[in-house]
Design a protein around this ligand. Structure first.
Ligand SMILES: Cc1cc2nc3c(=O)[nH]c(=O)nc-3n(C[C@H](O)[C@H](O)[C@H](O)COP(=O)(O)OP(=O)(O)OC[C@H]3O[C@@H](n4cnc5c(N)ncnc54)[C@H](O)[C@@H]3O)c2cc1C
Length: 295
C-alpha cells in the first residue's frame, strides 16, 4: 500500500508549470517523502467501511435498528451499488457526520517541518503524533528537503543554501558534543528538516483537508502529500477515494480570492458564476419575467 514515489520516473520540471501563478508541482519526482495507509486494509474497507457509512446514512430514514441495517449491508442483502448511491447522495448534500464513523491512518515520512507545521493546523477529526526533535538526537544531523526551485536555481545560490543547511546541522552536532541537551540544540534546525508523523483522520476530515490541500493554491509539498494520500485511499477504495478532490470540484466553482483572474482553470471563479447569474437575471427582467428568488 506504499505510495512510494517512483524514483525511476522521468523527472518533470516543477518550473514548467503552465501558469506561473499556480504553485509549482513536483509531479512524480522523488522527493523522498512517503504516505503509507497503514490502516484499514482493502479487505476491511470493502467489507465494513461502506456498510458502516451506509448504516449511518440509512438509520436516519429507516424503522430498522442500525445493527440490522449493518448486518444486511455487510452480508450483501443490500446491494453494494445501492449502498454507494445513498452514500454519494448524502456526502454531496453535505451531511458530514455520516462519514465521521470511519478513519484512515497514514504513516507519513520524510516530509519537511515546513509541511508538518501546515498539516497540524487541521484540528477537527484528525490526530497526529510526530517524531520528537527533543527525544530523538539526530547524531549525523537531520536529513533535509531541498525545494526544486532551489535545486534548479543559480548554482552559487544553491551552494549558499546548502552551506547554510550543512552549517546549521554541524552546529547542532557541535552543541550535542558540548553537552547541550537535544531539546536546546534543535533550535538551530532549519524548516527544511525532515520529520515523520502518524496521522489518523476520519473521512469527513480527510475530504475537507484534501479539498484545501489538493487546491492549486496550496503549497507544493503539502499538495504532493495529499496526492499520495489520495492515491493510497484509491488503492483500498476507488469509491471513497473519489471524494478526495480540490474543494472547487464538489463546490462547482472556485472560491479562492487569489484566483479571481481565473488563472487556475479547474472550475470557474465564483465572481464569474455570480456575474453570469446577474446577466441572466438582467436578461430575464428585460424580457419581463423575474427569476425566482428565495423568500
Ligand atoms: C492555501 C492555504 C493558505 C494558508 N495560509 C495560511 C497563512 O498564511 N497563515 C495561517 O496562519 N494559516 C494559513 N493557512 C491555514 C488555514 O488558515 C487553516 O488553519 C488550515 O487550513 C486548517 O483548516 P481549517 O481551519 O478548516 O481547520 P480544520 O481543523 O481542518 O477544521 C475543519 C472544519 O471544522 C470547523 N472547525 C474546526 N475548528 C473549529 C472551531 N474552533 N470553531 C468552529 N469551527 C471549527 C471549520 O468548519 C473547519 O473548516 C492556509 C491554508 C491554506 C489551505
Amino acid at each position: 500500500m506504499t505510495a512510494e514515489l517512483d524514483s525511476q520516473a522521468k523527472p518533470t520540471s516543477i518550473l514548467s508549470s503552465a501558469d506561473p501563478k499556480i504553485p509549482l508541482n513536483p509531479g512524480r519526482r522523488d522527493l523522498g517523502m512517503r504516505a503509507t495507509l497503514v490502516f484499514p486494509t482493502r479487505e476491511i474497507v470493502e467489507r465494513y467501511y461502506v456498510p458502516l457509512i451506509y448504516t449511518a446514512c440509512r438509520t436516519c430514514y429507516s424503522e430498522l435498528a442500525p445493527d440490522d441495517i449493518f448486518e444486511r449491508a455487510v452480508d450483501g442483502r443490500i446491494a453494494p451499488g445501492k449502498q454507494r448511491e445513498l452514500i454519494s447522495r448524502v456526502i454531496e448534500s453535505g451531511h458530514g457526520s455520516t462519514i465521521e464513523h470511519v478513519v484512515f491512518t497514514f504513516a507519513i515520512t520524510g516530509v519537511s517541518r515546513t509541511l508538518s507545521h501546515q498539516l497540524v493546523r487541521h484540528r477537527a477529526g484528525v490526530a497526529f503524533d510526530q517524531q520528537s526533535q527533543r527525544y530523538v538526537s539526530f547524531k549525523k544531523g537531520a536529513s533535509t528537503m531541498m525545494p526544486q526551485t532551489i535545486a534548479e536555481a543559480d548554482p552559487a545560490l544553491r551552494e549558499r543554501y546548502e552551506e547554510q543547511i550543512d552549517g546549521a546541522l554541524e552546529t547542532y552536532g557541535a552543541l550535542l558534543e558540548a553537552g547541550i541537551p537535544g531539546e536546546d540544540a534543535r533550535f538551530v534546525f532549519p524548516n527544511a528538516s525532515r520529520t515523520n508523523l502518524v496521522m489518523t483522520a476520519n473521512l469527513r476530515a480527510l475530504i475537507h483537508m484534501s479539498g484545501l490541500r489538493l487546491c492549486t493554491m496550496a503549497q507544493w509539498e503539502i499538495r504532493r502529500l495529499f496526492q499520495l494520500i489520495r492515491h493510497e485511499v484509491f488503492g483500498v477504495s476507488p469509491f471513497l477515494g473519489s471524494f478526495l478532490a480540490p474543494k472547487c470540484v464538489p463546490l462547482g466553482y472556485c472560491d479562492e480570492f487569489n484566483n479571481r483572474d481565473g488563472h487556475c482553470p479547474i472550475r470557474p471563479h465564483k465572481d464569474e458564476v455570480l456575474g453570469a447569474w446577474a446577466e441572466k437575471k438582467a436578461a430575464a427582467k428585460t424580457a419581463g419575467r423575474d427569476l425566482p428568488v428565495a423568500d
